[in-house]
Design a protein around this ligand. Sequence first.
Ligand SMILES: [Zn+2]
Length: 190
Amino acid sequence: MKKMIKVLLTSAMIGAVSLTTFFSFANQPVVSAAQGGWSLAGHSWPASTRTNITYSRDGSADAVWNNAVNNWNYKTNLIKFTNGGTSGKVSLSTVYNSSIDSDGRATTYFDASKNAYGGFSWLNTYHTSKYTAAKTESVATHELGHILGLADLSSGYASLMNGYTSARYDTFGIYTPQKDDVDGITFIYK
Ligand SMILES: [Zn+2]
């Protein structure tokens, strides 16, 4: 049975705001090493902001988020994350929650036209405190892929958007956007 990892909350639940939320999971067995599977979350950043997606951080994992931001900024010029100080559109932080089986989460806010205008992402340090720096970076960079408009892939994909860290990083060693991930971004923003 395929595990559902996308949670879409409708506007009826939260007033006028629409959003997509993705959780990435710490553990999932790998079936195979598939490629070329990029998938869309549904939203995208409009032309006016896609090369100036501002972010703010809370100081809890700034170095990790810096690397994650740079991983994307160095791979494509179709989008760009920029430091917005305290007024960034996307808040990047950490939580500590032992009851959540996910090591990261990303939520994007978008309007009726699916134009993104904000969001937030966190790393769950209950899990990531046991990770190496590169493995934690794998989670953070993955979450930013959701903010940009990519959806999760199943555990067999050798892509950054593989939704399972045990597969994405432990098996495939991925912590930066791969060709498949950049292909997805190019499809959305070119
Ligand atoms: Zn994910």
